[in-house]
Design a protein around this ligand. Structure first.
Ligand SMILES: O=P(O)(O)O[C@@H]1C[C@H](O)[C@@H](CO)O1
Ligand code: HPA
Length: 294
């Protein structure tokens, strides 16, 4: 990789990695699933799996956070060829946003049409409970406001336009489908919809910051997802984000409890199975309705 503006990857880098993967596997994924902290087992339901460690894939960053296995898993969910990222990358790990979003453009070049992103976040909306699954209706790119944006730097038209719209970043059809799937699986009482805000981390929010985010209209806050969604939308992928509420964000100075990463992972473990069922059913329903192909 070389440095050019704020992007450290050239089109040739993306092509090299894509061609390397296409030569190593006969899978041709149509759906990509990015698994956030502790959610790697979303790939467990796939058949005919083929796995690559990130460290063995040219130009791929490696995962440094507990709960991120650092593996790319190709496999079939019924008739749909999928690729799962068991672990993704964060700004706070020291990666540039170009590195954080590197896999998204690889997926695009491999022929992926639909990207599902999962992660963990802290609930700000007072109605949310720990263990709720929030369908991301919209997001606030807080690092983006400060110039930490994955599309800053020279624009490569082979991926997308200079000034993409983000007003429909999170597919309305897919959001509706998750609600239907929730009813079918009998878990609609813990499926919510809301606005997700990304912060860079790695510290959890101060109470003043959390209160500010609440005033801004954020329902949950986390440290990932928005760069991947932005790059996916820029290159024409359809996107759905699901965020697991792993803790309630402190909005009150009298509250004693403090969030920690172990607790985040524990809640992810508790909900991973049901999230896997939702993701699997969603992919199957997309295939039936061909919702992923336009
Ligand atoms: O990868 P995600 O966004 O799910 O990870 C969450 C946010 C931080 O990386 C970490 C905090 O516990 O978990
Ligand atoms: O409370 C939180 N804040 C930021 N990121 C998070 N990821 C899980 N919980 C949180």
């Amino acid at each position: 990789m070389h440095t050019k503006g704020t992007c450290c990857c050239s089109f040739e880098d993306y092509k090299l990695t894509t061609e390397w993967l296409l030569n190593q596997t006969s899978h041709r994924p149509k759906v990509a699933v990015i698994c956030g902290s502790g959610l790697g087992l979303l790939a467990d339901g796939a058949a005919n799996k083929q796995t690559f460690k990130y460290q063995d894939i040219p130009h791929f960053p490696v995962s440094t956070v507990p709960g991120h296995e650092g593996r790319l898993v190709f496999g079939m969910i019924e008739d749909t060829p999928c690729v799962f990222m068991q672990g993704h990358f964060h700004l706070y790990e020291g990666y540039s946003l170009c590195q954080v979003t590197f896999p998204v453009r690889i997926f695009k070049l491999m022929g992926v049409e639909l990207m599902l992103v999962t992660n963990a976040s802290g609930g700000i909306c007072p109605d949310f409970k720990v263990g709720d699954i929030m369908i991301i209706k919209d997001h606030i790119n807080l690092p983006g406001f400060a110039g930490q944006h994955p599309l800053c730097g020279p624009n490569d038209e082979r991926f997308g336009i200079r000034f993409p719209s983000m007003s429909d970043a999170h597919s309305k059809d897919l959001r509706g489908l998750v609600l239907d799937v929730g009813v079918e699986l009998g878990c609609s009482d813990f499926i919510r919809e809301g606005v997700y805000c990304m912060v860079s981390g790695p510290n959890f929010e101060t109470i003043a910051e959390a209160r500010m985010l609440q005033v801004l209209g954020c329902d949950s806050v986390g440290m990932s997802m928005v760069p991947e969604v932005t790059v996916a939308k820029h290159c024409g992928l359809r996107v759905l984000g699901l965020s697991l509420i792993t803790n309630k964000v402190s909005l009150d100075y009298s509250r004693e409890e403090k969030v920690n990463h172990e607790e985040v992972l524990e809640i992810c473990k508790m909900r991973a199975e049901v999230l896997q069922k939702i993701v699997t059913k969603l992919i199957t329903r997309c295939q039936q309705q061909s919702i992923n192909t336009h």
